[in-house]
Design a protein around this ligand. Structure first.
Ligand SMILES: Cc1cc2nc3c(=O)[nH]c(=O)nc-3n(C[C@H](O)[C@H](O)[C@H](O)COP(=O)(O)OP(=O)(O)OC[C@H]3O[C@@H](n4cnc5c(N)ncnc54)[C@H](O)[C@@H]3O)c2cc1C
Length: 609
């Protein structure tokens, strides 16, 4: 069985152009010269590259995995050539400035293209994804001299990049890092320490690797305030930018793991021979702030990973359910000789497909919309507008990271179930999709860490102002569409769920005011899930309202059109069904979650384990 790459480009376009409204950017610098036609072409080319180059390597990468040999690491067969092709096409740094070797595209389009590539080959995307995220931190905060040497090379695939935070005792607690950086003068430090789980810490597709390492300078305060950020190249960088001496950076081994086998997860030793040079980025003690720029981008990328997996798994299971014949229709259950039917005819299979679709399309919508908000914040001409969009992006970043990664896992689970036994065996691709997406809930700060960030920081800070902006946006939408001809019930359910979210937020704030921090943490995952449900329902219902209008326009042009004769009409009608499905079948969970949060039950705190 050859796995097939499935993507619904119509949904990608609808989410990006119609729903997220990316074309609004064309009235702003630096996007005035860009057009929808350019973006359509880019999407078409990206889909081709995903389908023809990246996806065929997905299974190879999984089976072969990255290989460690005497400190060297080799990516699986075909990855090197694919990386070169990817770099040649300029696909690494889509939203970096052209002067920095980038394509100068907005983040909205970057998110859509990244989703296509990630769906095709998640493990492959770790190499370009980390390089570009690291290069951006260097461009923003390192010295001009260092930026001149590194940024273009990293953005064009000559050099790779990593983020090195984790140590054996410092995972979620990043501030417990012990790697030491001792000043040698002139911004150069001697770095000694051990980092673990470093993605792409060593590979064979770039000439040099620029590690961004969080380390502690001698006498620095404990916790994150004592951390500084360093550029630690695998090979020192000569004046002309060429590779100099080996910089005492060793990959001691790579981990065996559940998924993303083609992405080496490396144990990295810095300064085994006391000869590892690091170059300070910005100021001492501000490392975590700089690193957060990389982490926020990476968190959105992890959410994209969830959305990508959900969409691929969903469409793969639709294709399977349309072919697999098993059993007879439940309407004929008394007749053993009734005709056999395709499993897509079984109502329970349709429920699974519908749930997977709602997560897949809803998460895509949420990611693109937030990405375009990020672009609007960056291109805003007044401060109020900038702060409003920036606030939305900040509240939604932990939701996207955690909710979309959970949704990706759920959708792959539903896809596996739809495949029955064939889903569990290797020959069919969905088991790989499920294994590959699980990590998204863990790395870049576990989903619980995201939930705490949402509740304790993103919602609480600025006196709750960003949270209120989200509520106002939803209120405006529900007021405007409460009598909508096909979505009134979804709008009503959304309004009620949003009110519950507000109540839950106030209730958690009460605990925090009483200095009871344990109870909110007991429920932080519940809170994020509830918030995610509300936001997804909002996104799906907005899409449904838009789609309804477009369907009306199609019928106004030609009233004889039917969903059978016109695929766009069918697609738009289904948008309405997906929104109503989510609002009636999943959104009610918000009330159940709220009941759990209101229970005041603390048995988990007192239980013996
Ligand atoms: C495949 C893979 C790739 C990775 N890539 C990178 C990389 O490129 N760079 C890098 O630096 N790291 C990387 N990591 C590390 C990853 O980010 C960490 O594994 C993750 O942050 C969790 O840290 P930990 O494993 O130490 O778990 P722990 O921090 O020990 O967490 C264990 C559990 O306890 C919970 N927990 C921990 N602390 C708290 C707290 N204060 N409050 C509430 N709950 C808490 C967590 O949510 C989790 O459920 C990677 C990991 C893997 C597996």
């Amino acid at each position: 069985m050859m796995a097939e790459f499935h993507v619904d480009m119509r949904d990608v376009r609808f989410a990006l152009f119609d729903h997220a409204g990316i074309e609004a950017l064309f009235s702003r610098e630096p996007y005035r010269e860009q057009s929808r036609a350019d973006y359509e072409l880019m999407l078409q080319e990206a889909e081709k590259l995903a389908r023809e180059v990246l996806f065929p390597l997905n299974e190879v990468g999984d089976r072969e995995g990255a290989r460690w040999e005497n400190g060297k690491v080799f990516l699986p067969t075909g990855f090197r050539a694919a990386f070169e092709k990817f770099a040649e096409g300029g696909w690494i740094a889509l939203n970096q400035k052209p002067d920095d070797g980038g394509m100068g595209l907005p983040y909205g389009l970057t998110a859509a293209i990244t989703e296509l590539f990630t769906a095709a080959n998640t493990a492959f995307m770790m190499a370009p994804g980390l390089a570009v995220a690291a290069s951006r931190v260097i461009a923003m905060f390192a010295t001009k001299e260092m930026a001149d040497k590194c940024v273009v090379r990293m953005n064009t695939g000559v050099w790779g990049g990593t983020m090195c935070l984790t140590e054996p005792q410092a995972g979620s607690a990043v501030g417990d890092a012990r790697t030491i950086a001792t000043p040698l003068g002139n911004g150069v430090y001697s770095v000694v320490g051990n980092k673990i789980f470093i993605s792409m810490g060593k590979q064979d597709v770039t000439e040099n690797i620029i590690h961004l390492v969080l380390a502690r300078t001698p006498g620095a305060p404990s916790g994150t305030r004592g951390l500084s950020l360093f550029i630690v190249p695998e090979y020192r960088i000569n004046e002309d930018g060429s590779n100099g001496d080996f910089n005492d950076v060793h990959c001691a081994r790579i981990e065996e793991k559940m998924g993303i086998h083609a992405s080496p997860t490396c144990v990295m030793n810095f300064g085994d021979n006391n000869d590892c040079h690091g170059y300070l980025i910005g100021e001492e003690g501000r490392g975590i702030q700089y690193m957060f720029h990389m982490m926020n981008e990476a968190r959105l990328a992890v959410g994209i990973q969830g959305a990508a997996a959900a969409n691929l798994a969903y469409l793969t299971s639709v294709a399977y359910a349309n072919e697999r014949v098993q059993g007879s229709s439940v309407r004929n259950f008394r007749d053993p000789d009734a005709p056999r039917v395709r499993i897509i005819e079984h109502p329970n299979v349709r429920t699974a497909l519908m749930e997977a679709r709602a997560y897949a399309e809803g998460c895509r919508a949420l990611v693109y919309r937030t990405a375009v908000w990020a672009d609007r914040a960056e291109t805003a001409t007044d401060d109020k507008e900038r702060q409003e969009f920036q606030g939305l992006v900040e509240v939604f970043t932990p939701i996207i990271k955690a909710y979309c990664s959970d949704a990706g896992l759920r959708a792959t689970d539903l896809a596996m179930q739809t495949h029955g036994g064939y889903g569990y065996i290797r020959e069919y691709a969905v088991e790989q999709y499920m294994r590959d997406v699980k990590i998204a809930a863990i790395y870049e700060g576990t989903n619980s860490i995201q939930a705490m960030d949402l509740l304790a920081r993103k919602v609480a800070r600025k006196n709750g102002q960003d949270f209120r902006t989200v509520v106002q946006y939803i209120d405006r939408f529900t007021r405007e569409h409460k009598d909508h001809p096909t979505q009134a019930s979804s709008v009503k359910a959304l309004d009620a769920a949003k009110n519950t979210l507000v109540q839950a937020t106030l209730s958690m704030a009460q605990y925090q005011l009483k200095a009871d921090y344990e109870y909110p943490v007991l429920h932080c995952d519940n809170y994020l899930r509830m918030f995610g449900h509300v936001v997804l329902s909002w996104m799906l219902t907005e899409q449904a309202v838009l789609a309804h209008k477009k369907a009306q326009d199609l019928l106004a042009e030609d009233p004889t059109r039917t969903p059978e004769s016109h695929p766009d009409l069918r697609y738009y009608e289904d948008k309405g069904r997906t929104a109503r499905y989510f609002a009636s079948q999943i959104l009610p969970d918000v009330q159940a979650i709220f009941a759990r949060m209101q229970s005041a039950n603390t048995d988990a705190l007192t239980a013996h384990f």
